[in-house]
Design a binder for this molecule. Structure first.
Ligand SMILES: Cc1cc2nc3c(=O)[nH]c(=O)nc-3n(C[C@H](O)[C@H](O)[C@H](O)COP(=O)(O)OP(=O)(O)OC[C@H]3O[C@@H](n4cnc5c(N)ncnc54)[C@H](O)[C@@H]3O)c2cc1C
Length: 494
């Protein structure tokens, strides 16, 4: 089998992986990035709204409060402060690199003032990632997927990779997971097809801890095919209407259309059930075509005309708040293994991510994790690949359908149990990673995450009556994260 060797192996070439690699290569290290899909890959190029940066020192406190409020009592305040304090340095760096941020910040749901910086109208993630990739000197191997990690005496020393030319060993002094989220566990999602939670499954298999998987953010306004209509549209005047043509958001929250995402998603879900449909009217937005070219194109592609009529919308799985538990340096606790971006759980997002805080976290933690990994390179002798997880991909539609029905925006205990029974009944296999196909590994990874997510959701429900309670955590209640170690799922105090 072909072998490659590098100092730092970065799995993933979205914002966290590429920005981290840029910092690490400046230190003179050998960096190798893998992307299982052709560039620009991952969720990053699909991001429309932008990146949230505190406007100034006074706004840092307000940004922190907005983050805490959106996170429903589960944000780790010290983590959030640490990330927000570092944010201005990254904005300066990106501006110095020549990235074309619009000078005027915009406002998104849950933010008490406009502080989201966008690029190219609604092409924020694409322009950000293209700009970073253009400055990267390290190689990115496209179509290379990590199917399992290599271990030597408990330390992660590389990955076994499925490549267009066959399986391949990549030995590395340390590995940075930057593989994104797992939206593809759901039947309707805004995520790209590669969002199958690979990094979370890889970390779990190597002994890492997965945390808060049940906190999946549903974006309130996706078109019927899952194409996203950015929250920034509501920030700039778009309004939500039910099937009777009534504006309903002010009944649910004083912030109306700009309430935090979970509130809007639940309201959209309820109004769809109650009245038969929900529509987003984009016509109040001035310069709609110039400001939101992607949204306009997505609607026209479905035969919908946003200049003439409100567009049908529904909630779609959008962002994984949970993931691989890391500290503030991106360390997973497994020697040699670091994680940053959506794959990781730092405690920044709590139970519900504040809009546009994720690209920010990808920047700050991508750089920190890559630099911490560089300070921790080791090249022990010998290595064994862990077995890869595998599921017949033909069984995925039934799992997805159950997740959408029972573990979507609104969850009930009986439904969660039904979905868990189904997930536990599917045959999850361990196979030699050089013998599996990409689709089998992705399906296996999704099944593992479904089982753990459902167990966490049930445990949270049993102990407190459901995670999206509006008063969460209630007075006198203690907030805690749910962690999975080995087969055990248990609470861990903040
Ligand atoms: C439609 C949409 C709009 C969004 N809008 C915003 C926004 O406006 N602001 C904001 O802050 N956030 C937004 N988000 C969320 C944000 O885009 C993501 O959380 C963020 O981009 C994740 O970055 P990442 O680097 O962690 O992973 P990603 O950008 O998802 O990249 C993952 C990378 O890992 C690779 N990969 C995955 N598995 C493997 C494997 N096994 N082996 C090798 N490579 C692998 C992929 O090919 C890809 O290169 C949006 C998300 C979506 C889907």
């Amino acid at each position: 089998m072909e072998r490659l060797e590098t100092d730092l192996l970065v799995l993933g070439a979205g914002v966290a992986g590429v920005y981290g690699a840029l910092a690490a290569e400046a230190e003179g290290a050998r960096i190798l990035l893998l992307s299982k899909d052709p560039l620009p890959s991952g969720s990053t190029p699909w991001a429309q709204g932008g990146v949230a940066f505190p406007l100034d020192e006074a706004d840092l406190e307000a940004h922190l409060l907005d983050t805490l409020r959106a996170g429903r009592g589960l944000v780790d305040p010290a983590v959030a402060r640490s990330i927000l304090e570092e944010a201005p340095r990254h904005l300066e760096r990106l501006l110095a690199l020549g990235l074309p941020f619009h000078p005027e910040p915009t406002r998104e749901g849950g933010h008490s003032r406009p502080r989201v910086r966008h690029l190219g109208g609604d092409r924020s993630g694409l322009l950000l990632l293209r700009g970073l990739l253009a400055r990267l000197r390290s190689p990115v191997l496209e179509g290379y997927m990590a199917a399992s990690l290599l271990l030597s005496g408990g330390r992660v020393v590389g990955a076994l990779v499925l490549s267009p030319g066959g399986p391949l060993w990549v030995r590395a002094g340390a590995v940075l997971l930057a593989t994104g989220g797992f939206g593809r566990l759901y039947p309707v999602t805004t995520n790209p097809k590669g969002a199958t939670g690979d990094g979370m499954a890889l970390a779990w298999r190597a002994g890492g801890v997965l945390r808060d998987l049940e906190f999946v953010q549903f974006h309130p306004t996706a078109l019927p095919d899952g194409a996203l209509i950015s929250e920034a549209c509501r920030g700039e005047g778009a309004i939500l209407l039910n099937a009777h043509g009534e504006r309903f958001m002010p009944r649910y929250d004083p912030l109306g259309e700009l309430a935090p995402r979970d509130v809007v998603a639940r309201a959209v879900h309820r109004e769809r059930e109650r009245t038969g449909g929900v529509y987003l009217d984009l016509r109040p937005i001035p310069n709609l075509r110039e400001r939101f070219p992607t949204v306009v194109a997505s609607a026209l592609a479905l035969g919908l005309d946003p200049f003439r009529e409100p567009l049908p919308v529904a909630p779609a799985a959008h962002y994984a708040m949970g993931g691989v538990r890391t500290d503030l340096r991106g360390f997973t606790g497994v020697p040699g293994l670091y994680a940053a971006g959506e794959v990781a759980s730092t405690g920044f997002h709590g139970a519900n991510r504040l809009a546009s805080n994720s690209l920010l976290e990808g920047l700050v933690m991508g750089e920190r994790a890559a630099l911490a990994a560089l300070g921790d390179l080791a090249f022990p002798k010998g290595a064994e690949p862990l077995p890869a997880l595998s599921l017949d991909p033909g069984l995925l539609p039934a799992l997805r359908e159950a997740m959408g029905r029972e573990a979507g925006v609104v969850r009930r205990g009986e439904g969660l149990k039904r979905a868990l029974d189904l997930a536990e009944g599917l045959p999850l296999l361990e196979r030699p990673p050089q013998e599996v196909a990409r689709e089998e590994v992705e399906a296996g990874n999704l099944l593992l995450l479904a089982r753990l997510l459902l167990r966490m959701a049930l445990l949270r429900r049993e102990s407190r009556g459901g995670h999206f309670r509006e008063d969460f955590p209630g007075e006198g209640e203690e907030a805690y994260h749910l962690e999975a170690r080995g087969q055990e799922v248990r609470p861990s105090p903040l």
